[in-house]
Ligand binder design. Structure first.
Ligand SMILES: Nc1ncnc2c1ncn2[C@@H]1O[C@H](COP(=O)(O)OP(=O)(O)OP(=O)(O)O)[C@@H](O)[C@H]1O
Ligand SMILES: [Mg+2]
Length: 376
Protein backbone atom coordinates (compact mmCIF):
# COMPACT_ATOMS: atom_id res chain seq x y z
CA UNK A 1 0.00 0.00 0.00
CA UNK A 2 1.43 3.35 -0.89
CA UNK A 3 1.12 6.06 1.66
CA UNK A 4 1.21 9.67 0.64
CA UNK A 5 2.98 11.76 3.18
CA UNK A 6 1.71 15.22 3.81
CA UNK A 7 4.85 17.28 4.40
CA UNK A 8 3.00 19.46 6.85
CA UNK A 9 1.66 16.62 8.95
CA UNK A 10 3.13 16.37 12.43
CA UNK A 11 4.61 13.00 11.68
CA UNK A 12 3.41 10.18 9.46
CA UNK A 13 2.36 8.07 12.41
CA UNK A 14 3.30 7.47 15.98
CA UNK A 15 3.65 3.74 15.56
CA UNK A 16 6.76 3.38 13.45
CA UNK A 17 9.24 0.70 14.50
CA UNK A 18 11.47 2.29 17.08
CA UNK A 19 14.82 1.51 15.56
CA UNK A 20 15.51 5.21 15.81
CA UNK A 21 18.86 5.98 17.35
CA UNK A 22 17.11 8.26 19.75
CA UNK A 23 13.35 7.70 19.97
CA UNK A 24 11.17 10.62 21.00
CA UNK A 25 10.11 10.68 24.64
CA UNK A 26 6.51 9.81 23.75
CA UNK A 27 7.73 6.68 21.93
CA UNK A 28 10.43 5.66 24.40
CA UNK A 29 8.05 6.00 27.35
CA UNK A 30 4.81 5.17 25.56
CA UNK A 31 4.01 2.48 28.11
CA UNK A 32 4.35 4.79 31.11
CA UNK A 33 2.39 7.55 29.40
CA UNK A 34 -0.45 5.19 28.53
CA UNK A 35 -0.59 3.78 32.07
CA UNK A 36 -0.66 7.27 33.56
CA UNK A 37 -3.39 8.50 31.21
CA UNK A 38 -5.47 5.41 31.91
CA UNK A 39 -5.31 5.65 35.69
CA UNK A 40 -5.54 9.39 35.98
CA UNK A 41 -8.95 10.52 37.20
CA UNK A 42 -8.02 14.11 38.03
CA UNK A 43 -9.32 16.99 35.93
CA UNK A 44 -7.39 17.67 32.74
CA UNK A 45 -6.97 21.08 31.15
CA UNK A 46 -8.41 21.26 27.62
CA UNK A 47 -6.57 19.01 25.14
CA UNK A 48 -4.12 17.74 27.76
CA UNK A 49 -3.43 14.01 27.61
CA UNK A 50 -3.37 13.83 31.40
CA UNK A 51 -3.82 15.97 34.50
CA UNK A 52 -1.07 18.26 35.78
CA UNK A 53 -0.61 15.85 38.68
CA UNK A 54 0.01 12.95 36.29
CA UNK A 55 2.45 15.05 34.24
CA UNK A 56 4.43 15.79 37.40
CA UNK A 57 4.40 12.10 38.32
CA UNK A 58 5.65 11.23 34.83
CA UNK A 59 8.59 13.59 35.32
CA UNK A 60 9.43 12.79 38.92
CA UNK A 61 8.57 9.09 38.94
CA UNK A 62 6.28 7.14 41.24
CA UNK A 63 4.14 4.04 41.57
CA UNK A 64 0.59 3.94 40.16
CA UNK A 65 -2.35 2.31 41.97
CA UNK A 66 -2.06 -0.81 39.78
CA UNK A 67 1.64 -1.15 40.60
CA UNK A 68 3.03 0.32 37.38
CA UNK A 69 6.37 1.92 38.13
CA UNK A 70 6.97 5.31 36.55
CA UNK A 71 10.69 5.98 36.23
CA UNK A 72 11.95 9.40 37.30
CA UNK A 73 13.03 11.50 34.32
CA UNK A 74 14.06 14.61 36.22
CA UNK A 75 15.95 14.34 39.49
CA UNK A 76 15.59 17.54 41.44
CA UNK A 77 13.24 19.60 43.58
CA UNK A 78 9.60 18.53 43.18
CA UNK A 79 8.45 22.11 43.46
CA UNK A 80 10.29 23.10 40.28
CA UNK A 81 8.42 20.51 38.28
CA UNK A 82 5.11 21.47 39.87
CA UNK A 83 5.60 25.15 39.02
CA UNK A 84 6.63 24.26 35.45
CA UNK A 85 3.61 22.04 34.88
CA UNK A 86 1.22 24.53 36.45
CA UNK A 87 2.55 27.29 34.24
CA UNK A 88 1.68 25.27 31.16
CA UNK A 89 -1.91 25.08 32.36
CA UNK A 90 -2.12 28.89 32.51
CA UNK A 91 -1.94 31.44 29.72
CA UNK A 92 1.70 32.17 30.41
CA UNK A 93 4.52 30.47 28.56
CA UNK A 94 7.31 28.59 30.33
CA UNK A 95 10.97 29.56 30.17
CA UNK A 96 13.44 26.99 31.46
CA UNK A 97 16.64 28.76 32.36
CA UNK A 98 19.91 27.39 33.70
CA UNK A 99 23.58 26.73 33.10
CA UNK A 100 24.43 24.16 30.40
CA UNK A 101 23.61 20.55 31.11
CA UNK A 102 20.92 21.11 33.73
CA UNK A 103 18.32 19.11 31.75
CA UNK A 104 16.44 22.07 30.25
CA UNK A 105 16.01 20.38 26.88
CA UNK A 106 15.32 17.04 28.51
CA UNK A 107 12.61 18.44 30.79
CA UNK A 108 10.99 20.40 27.97
CA UNK A 109 10.81 17.31 25.76
CA UNK A 110 9.22 15.23 28.51
CA UNK A 111 6.77 17.97 29.43
CA UNK A 112 5.61 18.24 25.81
CA UNK A 113 5.35 14.46 25.53
CA UNK A 114 3.24 14.17 28.66
CA UNK A 115 1.02 17.21 28.12
CA UNK A 116 0.39 16.94 24.38
CA UNK A 117 1.61 13.43 23.54
CA UNK A 118 3.98 15.00 21.04
CA UNK A 119 7.42 16.49 21.64
CA UNK A 120 8.26 17.05 17.98
CA UNK A 121 6.83 20.53 17.50
CA UNK A 122 10.21 22.16 17.86
CA UNK A 123 11.97 25.32 16.76
CA UNK A 124 15.73 25.12 17.18
CA UNK A 125 17.05 28.57 17.99
CA UNK A 126 20.24 29.60 16.25
CA UNK A 127 21.80 32.90 15.21
CA UNK A 128 20.29 32.21 11.79
CA UNK A 129 16.74 31.33 12.83
CA UNK A 130 14.47 33.24 10.42
CA UNK A 131 11.04 34.63 11.18
CA UNK A 132 9.51 31.88 9.01
CA UNK A 133 10.62 29.33 11.58
CA UNK A 134 8.31 30.98 14.10
CA UNK A 135 5.53 32.26 11.80
CA UNK A 136 5.12 30.52 8.45
CA UNK A 137 6.81 30.15 5.10
CA UNK A 138 5.64 29.54 1.56
CA UNK A 139 5.85 26.61 -0.78
CA UNK A 140 7.17 28.57 -3.73
CA UNK A 141 6.05 26.14 -6.43
CA UNK A 142 2.49 26.39 -5.12
CA UNK A 143 2.76 30.10 -4.59
CA UNK A 144 3.87 30.75 -8.21
CA UNK A 145 1.36 28.35 -9.69
CA UNK A 146 -1.72 29.34 -7.71
CA UNK A 147 -0.90 32.51 -5.84
CA UNK A 148 -1.04 32.90 -2.08
CA UNK A 149 -3.47 30.51 -0.45
CA UNK A 150 -3.66 28.38 2.65
CA UNK A 151 -2.38 25.46 0.53
CA UNK A 152 0.78 27.33 -0.38
CA UNK A 153 1.45 28.25 3.21
CA UNK A 154 3.98 26.20 5.16
CA UNK A 155 3.10 26.50 8.83
CA UNK A 156 5.83 26.71 11.45
CA UNK A 157 5.75 24.38 14.45
CA UNK A 158 4.43 27.33 16.45
CA UNK A 159 1.53 27.82 14.06
CA UNK A 160 0.71 24.13 14.08
CA UNK A 161 0.72 24.03 17.87
CA UNK A 162 -1.61 27.04 17.97
CA UNK A 163 -4.04 25.42 15.55
CA UNK A 164 -3.94 22.05 17.29
CA UNK A 165 -3.88 23.25 20.87
CA UNK A 166 -0.55 21.57 21.52
CA UNK A 167 2.75 22.34 23.20
CA UNK A 168 5.52 23.80 21.07
CA UNK A 169 9.15 23.99 22.13
CA UNK A 170 11.65 26.70 21.32
CA UNK A 171 15.20 25.59 22.03
CA UNK A 172 17.92 28.09 22.87
CA UNK A 173 15.65 31.13 22.70
CA UNK A 174 18.46 33.59 23.43
CA UNK A 175 20.45 32.49 20.38
CA UNK A 176 17.70 33.79 18.14
CA UNK A 177 18.24 37.36 16.89
CA UNK A 178 16.26 39.84 18.97
CA UNK A 179 13.92 40.98 16.18
CA UNK A 180 12.98 37.40 15.38
CA UNK A 181 12.43 36.62 19.09
CA UNK A 182 9.97 39.47 19.23
CA UNK A 183 7.74 37.69 16.72
CA UNK A 184 6.72 35.62 19.71
CA UNK A 185 5.29 38.60 21.57
CA UNK A 186 2.05 38.66 19.52
CA UNK A 187 1.80 34.91 19.71
CA UNK A 188 2.15 34.89 23.47
CA UNK A 189 0.10 37.93 24.36
CA UNK A 190 -2.59 38.04 21.67
CA UNK A 191 -2.54 34.26 21.09
CA UNK A 192 -2.86 34.87 17.39
CA UNK A 193 -0.66 34.76 14.33
CA UNK A 194 -1.77 37.12 11.57
CA UNK A 195 -1.29 36.13 7.91
CA UNK A 196 -1.49 39.53 6.20
CA UNK A 197 -0.95 38.03 2.73
CA UNK A 198 -4.25 36.19 3.04
CA UNK A 199 -6.06 38.63 5.27
CA UNK A 200 -6.41 35.82 7.77
CA UNK A 201 -5.09 34.79 11.13
CA UNK A 202 -4.52 31.62 13.06
CA UNK A 203 -5.93 31.83 16.55
CA UNK A 204 -4.50 29.62 19.22
CA UNK A 205 -7.01 27.13 20.56
CA UNK A 206 -7.14 25.99 24.17
CA UNK A 207 -4.30 23.64 25.03
CA UNK A 208 -1.69 25.70 23.19
CA UNK A 209 1.40 26.70 25.10
CA UNK A 210 5.08 27.24 24.57
CA UNK A 211 8.17 26.01 26.39
CA UNK A 212 11.40 27.84 25.70
CA UNK A 213 14.85 26.93 26.97
CA UNK A 214 17.77 29.28 27.32
CA UNK A 215 21.08 28.97 29.01
CA UNK A 216 22.52 31.81 30.95
CA UNK A 217 26.19 30.95 30.54
CA UNK A 218 27.10 30.62 26.87
CA UNK A 219 28.69 33.52 25.14
CA UNK A 220 27.33 35.13 22.00
CA UNK A 221 23.72 35.09 23.09
CA UNK A 222 21.14 37.77 22.54
CA UNK A 223 19.43 39.24 25.53
CA UNK A 224 15.79 38.40 25.95
CA UNK A 225 13.83 41.62 25.51
CA UNK A 226 11.97 42.59 28.64
CA UNK A 227 8.70 42.72 26.70
CA UNK A 228 9.14 39.06 25.80
CA UNK A 229 10.43 38.07 29.19
CA UNK A 230 7.27 39.34 30.83
CA UNK A 231 5.26 36.82 28.81
CA UNK A 232 7.12 33.95 30.40
CA UNK A 233 7.15 32.33 33.78
CA UNK A 234 10.80 31.60 34.37
CA UNK A 235 11.86 28.40 36.09
CA UNK A 236 15.56 28.06 36.85
CA UNK A 237 16.88 24.51 36.77
CA UNK A 238 19.65 24.19 39.36
CA UNK A 239 22.76 22.04 39.30
CA UNK A 240 22.30 18.83 41.33
CA UNK A 241 22.57 19.76 44.99
CA UNK A 242 24.68 16.86 46.22
CA UNK A 243 27.22 14.34 44.96
CA UNK A 244 24.70 11.57 45.61
CA UNK A 245 22.00 13.22 43.51
CA UNK A 246 24.41 13.81 40.65
CA UNK A 247 25.79 10.26 40.79
CA UNK A 248 22.22 9.00 40.67
CA UNK A 249 21.42 11.11 37.59
CA UNK A 250 24.59 10.05 35.79
CA UNK A 251 24.16 6.35 36.64
CA UNK A 252 20.56 6.37 35.50
CA UNK A 253 21.18 8.11 32.19
CA UNK A 254 24.32 6.11 31.45
CA UNK A 255 22.35 2.94 31.99
CA UNK A 256 19.62 4.10 29.58
CA UNK A 257 22.07 5.29 26.94
CA UNK A 258 24.20 2.16 27.34
CA UNK A 259 21.17 -0.02 26.74
CA UNK A 260 20.23 1.86 23.59
CA UNK A 261 23.81 1.37 22.34
CA UNK A 262 23.80 -2.31 23.35
CA UNK A 263 26.65 -1.82 25.78
CA UNK A 264 26.86 -4.38 28.55
CA UNK A 265 25.85 -3.01 31.93
CA UNK A 266 28.93 -2.32 34.00
CA UNK A 267 28.65 -4.29 37.23
CA UNK A 268 31.02 -2.16 39.31
CA UNK A 269 30.92 1.14 37.51
CA UNK A 270 29.54 3.05 40.46
CA UNK A 271 32.93 3.84 41.96
CA UNK A 272 34.18 5.43 38.73
CA UNK A 273 30.97 7.40 38.26
CA UNK A 274 31.36 8.78 41.75
CA UNK A 275 34.92 9.81 40.99
CA UNK A 276 34.00 11.54 37.74
CA UNK A 277 31.18 13.40 39.46
CA UNK A 278 33.37 14.35 42.42
CA UNK A 279 36.13 15.70 40.17
CA UNK A 280 33.64 17.69 38.08
CA UNK A 281 31.90 19.14 41.11
CA UNK A 282 35.12 20.13 42.85
CA UNK A 283 36.50 21.83 39.76
CA UNK A 284 33.17 23.54 39.12
CA UNK A 285 32.81 24.76 42.71
CA UNK A 286 36.45 25.78 43.08
CA UNK A 287 36.78 23.93 46.36
CA UNK A 288 37.14 20.28 47.43
CA UNK A 289 34.13 18.37 48.72
CA UNK A 290 35.33 18.63 52.32
CA UNK A 291 35.63 22.41 51.87
CA UNK A 292 39.30 22.39 52.93
CA UNK A 293 41.24 22.99 49.72
CA UNK A 294 40.61 25.75 47.23
CA UNK A 295 41.10 24.73 43.59
CA UNK A 296 41.05 26.73 40.39
CA UNK A 297 38.14 26.26 37.99
CA UNK A 298 38.83 25.45 34.34
CA UNK A 299 37.06 27.25 31.47
CA UNK A 300 34.73 24.37 30.56
CA UNK A 301 31.31 24.00 32.19
CA UNK A 302 31.82 20.45 33.51
CA UNK A 303 28.11 19.84 33.61
CA UNK A 304 26.20 16.74 34.53
CA UNK A 305 25.65 16.19 30.81
CA UNK A 306 29.41 16.09 30.27
CA UNK A 307 29.85 13.65 33.16
CA UNK A 308 27.26 11.43 31.47
CA UNK A 309 29.16 11.45 28.21
CA UNK A 310 32.53 10.82 29.90
CA UNK A 311 31.12 7.74 31.65
CA UNK A 312 29.32 6.52 28.53
CA UNK A 313 32.52 6.70 26.46
CA UNK A 314 34.35 5.01 29.30
CA UNK A 315 31.85 2.17 29.26
CA UNK A 316 32.22 1.80 25.51
CA UNK A 317 36.00 1.62 25.92
CA UNK A 318 35.65 -0.98 28.64
CA UNK A 319 33.21 -3.00 26.55
CA UNK A 320 35.15 -2.97 23.30
CA UNK A 321 38.76 -2.89 24.46
CA UNK A 322 38.70 -3.94 28.09
CA UNK A 323 37.06 -6.67 30.14
CA UNK A 324 33.71 -4.88 30.37
CA UNK A 325 34.40 -3.45 33.81
CA UNK A 326 34.66 0.33 33.99
CA UNK A 327 38.13 1.22 35.28
CA UNK A 328 39.96 4.49 35.97
CA UNK A 329 41.85 4.27 32.68
CA UNK A 330 38.55 4.20 30.78
CA UNK A 331 37.33 7.50 32.18
CA UNK A 332 40.67 9.33 32.53
CA UNK A 333 40.96 10.38 28.87
CA UNK A 334 37.36 11.59 28.84
CA UNK A 335 37.87 13.65 31.98
CA UNK A 336 40.98 15.24 30.54
CA UNK A 337 39.09 16.12 27.36
CA UNK A 338 36.24 17.70 29.32
CA UNK A 339 38.46 19.65 31.70
CA UNK A 340 41.14 20.87 29.31
CA UNK A 341 39.24 23.01 26.80
CA UNK A 342 41.84 25.73 26.64
CA UNK A 343 45.12 23.83 26.11
CA UNK A 344 47.30 26.34 27.94
CA UNK A 345 45.40 27.62 30.99
CA UNK A 346 43.22 24.58 31.68
CA UNK A 347 46.14 22.18 31.54
CA UNK A 348 47.82 24.05 34.40
CA UNK A 349 44.58 24.00 36.41
CA UNK A 350 44.22 20.28 35.85
CA UNK A 351 47.85 19.48 36.78
CA UNK A 352 47.52 21.47 39.98
CA UNK A 353 44.30 19.73 40.91
CA UNK A 354 45.80 16.34 40.12
CA UNK A 355 48.85 16.88 42.32
CA UNK A 356 47.22 18.81 45.14
CA UNK A 357 43.98 16.87 45.50
CA UNK A 358 43.81 13.58 43.58
CA UNK A 359 47.26 12.39 44.59
CA UNK A 360 46.61 12.78 48.29
CA UNK A 361 43.18 11.19 48.35
CA UNK A 362 42.93 7.78 50.03
CA UNK A 363 41.87 5.01 47.67
CA UNK A 364 42.43 7.10 44.56
CA UNK A 365 45.95 5.90 43.69
CA UNK A 366 44.88 3.91 40.63
CA UNK A 367 42.78 6.83 39.43
CA UNK A 368 45.67 9.24 39.97
CA UNK A 369 47.98 7.03 37.95
CA UNK A 370 45.51 6.68 35.10
CA UNK A 371 45.05 10.45 34.98
CA UNK A 372 48.81 11.05 35.08
CA UNK A 373 49.29 8.67 32.20
CA UNK A 374 46.84 10.43 29.87
CA UNK A 375 47.94 13.91 30.97
CA UNK A 376 51.62 13.31 30.26
N1 LIG B 1 18.56 16.90 37.32
C1 LIG B 1 18.60 16.04 36.30
N2 LIG B 1 17.74 15.01 36.24
C2 LIG B 1 17.77 14.12 35.22
N3 LIG B 1 18.63 14.20 34.19
C3 LIG B 1 19.51 15.20 34.19
C4 LIG B 1 19.55 16.17 35.24
N4 LIG B 1 20.53 17.05 34.97
C5 LIG B 1 21.08 16.66 33.80
N5 LIG B 1 20.48 15.55 33.32
C6 LIG B 1 20.82 14.85 32.10
O1 LIG B 1 21.76 15.63 31.40
C7 LIG B 1 21.60 15.45 30.02
C8 LIG B 1 21.71 16.78 29.32
O2 LIG B 1 20.61 17.58 29.58
P1 LIG B 1 20.08 18.65 28.54
O3 LIG B 1 20.66 18.43 27.19
O4 LIG B 1 18.63 18.69 28.70
O5 LIG B 1 20.75 19.95 29.15
P2 LIG B 1 20.47 21.45 28.80
O6 LIG B 1 20.18 22.12 30.10
O7 LIG B 1 19.48 21.55 27.69
O8 LIG B 1 21.90 21.92 28.31
P3 LIG B 1 22.29 23.01 27.22
O9 LIG B 1 22.22 24.34 27.91
O10 LIG B 1 23.70 22.63 26.87
O11 LIG B 1 21.34 22.88 26.07
C9 LIG B 1 20.28 14.76 29.78
O12 LIG B 1 20.55 13.48 29.31
C10 LIG B 1 19.66 14.68 31.15
O13 LIG B 1 19.08 13.44 31.35
MG1 LIG C 1 19.53 22.23 25.74
Amino acid sequence: MSVSVDPTSVKPSGTEPTDALRPHAEDAFAFELAALAAQDDRPRPARWKMSPWAVATYLLGGVLPDGTVISPKYVGPRRIVEVAVTTLATDRALLLLGVPGTAKTWVSEHLAAAVSGDSTLLVQGTAGTPEEAIRYGWNYAQLLAHGPSRDALVPSPVMRAMAEGATVRVEELTRIPADVQDTLITVLSEKTLPIPELGQEVQAVRGFNLIATANDRDRGVNELSSALRRRFNTVVLPLPESVEAEVDIVARRVDQIGRSLDLPAAPDGFEEIRRVVTVFRELRDGVTADGRTKVKSPSGTLSTAEAISVVTSGLALAAHFGDGVLRPADVAAGILGAVVRDPAADRVVWQEYLEAVVRERAGWTDFYRACREVSA
